[in-house]
Design a protein around this ligand. Structure first.
Ligand SMILES: [Zn+2]
Length: 184
């Protein structure tokens, strides 16, 4: 079992912490619109949850199993294909009972934006991109140049800390904290 490989998954692109911070910003921005009829606590919960939902396949599948079977969630998991969520949203609109649709209606746009922003952030990849057209096309797309994974965990951390992704992540996190601390 190559344990360092487990952690490579984490440095493919921006990390969970940044997805959480951006989710909270999406919630605050949505709530600052005075015509929104949504519960603030649920809005934050939905935005943060959907900002991280595509990555939930990793704990569900099991990190150790993923490494053993060389499973990469960006290529092999439906949860990390944007088209899966588009199809899910369309099916939900047609098949869900009206009462459920009415209940979730104030949070639909927030969930969609959170998902979209997750995939946009992941498109700034270090080692992996996003299969925007998966499962039909498995080509990984990235705004940034992808580099191959080094053999050691320490090298992986060093590479990540020198990368433009890490710098962008730091700037984004600081900007999110400022925005969240600002009075609305
Ligand atoms: Zn992701």
């Amino acid at each position: 079992m190559e344990s360092h490989k487990v952690w490579y998954n984490y440095f493919y692109s921006m990390t969970t912490l940044t997805h959480i911070a951006v989710g909270a910003v999406i919630a605050k921005a949505a709530l600052s619109k005075h015509n929104i009829h949504a519960d603030p606590l649920i809005t934050y919960a939905v935005a943060i949850l959907f900002s991280n939902l595509p990555d939930m396949d990793i704990p569900l599948y099991g990190l150790r199993r993923a490494v053993r079977l060389n499973w990469n969630h960006r290529i092999h998991s439906f949860l990390h294909f944007p088209l899966f969520w588009v199809a899910g949203m369309i099916l939900f609109q047609f098949l869900a009972p009206a009462t459920i649709r009415q209940t979730v209606h104030p949070y639909e746009t927030i969930a969609l934006v959170s998902l979209g922003v997750h995939f946009l952030m992941d498109t700034f990849g270090l080692h992996r991109g996003i299969c925007w057209f998966g499962p039909f096309l498995k080509k990984q797309l990235s705004f940034t140049r992808l580099v191959s994974e080094p053999g050691l965990f320490r090298s992986s951390i060093a590479l990540y800390s020198r990368s433009v992704i890490f710098k962008a992540e730091m700037i984004l996190c600081v900007a999110c904290i400022f925005f969240l601390l600002m009075r609305s």
